[in-house]
Design a protein around this ligand. Structure first.
Ligand code: NAD
Length: 295
């Protein structure tokens, strides 16, 4: 039986530390970090994420600014809004909820965000800085994966890490973070040959595909650490809608040394890391040290 990596509990602790940092910044430096979230359209999943982000921002004592725009918003209006948020000193972090509607060039919008306020870490400059190992705002889900790994495994030096998925928002940045921790990193994807054998070499498996229970229990090396990023909504045998990851959890947890469940693993870490990025961004903009509790 493996250790269950409790992302929900870890995220709760992290949010408590963020709340302490926000209180400390108010007391010592008289400012409150602010996060602006922009939602275009009515995608139900995006609406849920945006609501949770706003609620958790306020719960840790920071300011939340929500901008909801209709699905037919044109790109120029969005460009104007990003410009305003870039100039607004009360806004330290800007998050544009993806996906954006088809008429909007997402890459243009993301790269218009002031790089210092890019708390999602998707701006091309932050992406480049991460890949050269320079200081940057790191994408939230990958940052959450790394925190859980370091907390449960400790030093990652020399570990064979296999990341399945090469997206710009999860697979690539998580690979860069693992490389920075001195892992030997293999990035697998839809064209990888003999994925089961590649996986069986891994001390660490990070699955970020979006395919329900694709990674089988017998792909996992005994004792390996498994981080399941996948969030898949399926209907189970009893007809209930349930969430499952990319890993066949029941089989994998019999072999793995430690594994994240879905839900309750990586998922809760994403918003906690977003709030942490907002505090870091605010401190940099104000020219003050990031409080030790979240440093
Ligand atoms: P994506 O669709 O952008 O990328 C999927 C990747 O998987 C691609 O690089 C593709 O090459 C690879 N892939 C597809 N089929 C494969 C196969 N058969 N074998 C090996 N690789 C294959 O997805 P994404 O945005 O990176 O998200 C991945 C999953 O993580 C999704 O389930 C998503 O919902 C979830 N996710 C969770 C969080 C969170 O926990 N907060 C955040 C982001 C994404």
């Amino acid at each position: 039986m493996s250790t269950v990596i409790d992302g929900k509990a870890y995220a709760e602790t992290l949010r408590a530390r963020i709340a302490e940092s926000a209180a400390e910044l108010k007391l010592k430096h008289d400012f409150v970090p602010g996060l602006a979230v922009v939602l275009v359209g009515e995608d139900p999943a995006s609406q849920v994420y945006v609501r949770s982000k706003a609620r958790q921002t306020v719960e840790v004592g920071m300011q939340s600014f929500e901008h909801r725009l209709p699905a037919d918003t044109d790109e120029d209006d969005l460009v104007d809004l990003i410009g305003q948020l870039n100039r607004d000193p009360a806004v330290n972090g800007i998050l544009v909820q993806l996906p954006l509607p088809k008429q909007v060039d997402s890459e243009r919008i993301i790269n218009m965000i002031d790089v210092q306020k890019d708390v999602d870490g998707f701006h091309v400059e932050n992406t480049g800085r991460l890949s050269i190992g320079a200081d940057s705002l790191v994408p939230c889900t990958p940052a959450g994966c790394l925190m859980l790994l370091k907390h449960y495994v400790g030093d990652l030096t020399g570990q064979n890490a296999v990341v399945i998925g090469r997206s710009n928002i999860v697979g690539k940045p998580v690979s860069m973070l693992l490389l920075r921790e001195h892992c030997t990193v293999t990035i697998a994807h839809s064209r990888t040959r003999d994925l089961p054998s590649v996986c069986r070499q891994a001390d660490i498996v990070v699955a970020a595909v979006g395919a329900p229970e694709m990674v089988k229990g017998d792909w996992i090396k005994p004792g390996a650490t498994v981080i399941d990023v996948g969030i898949n909504r399926i209907t189970d045998e009893s007809g209930n809608k349930v969430l499952v990851g990319d890993v066949e959890y029941d089989a994998a947890q019999k072999v793995a040394g430690a594994i994240t469940p879905v839900p309750g693993g990586v998922g809760p870490m994403t918003i906690a890391c977003l709030l942490r990025n907002t505090v870091i961004a605010a401190c940099r903009q104000q020219g003050v040290d990031v409080p030790d509790s979240i440093g």
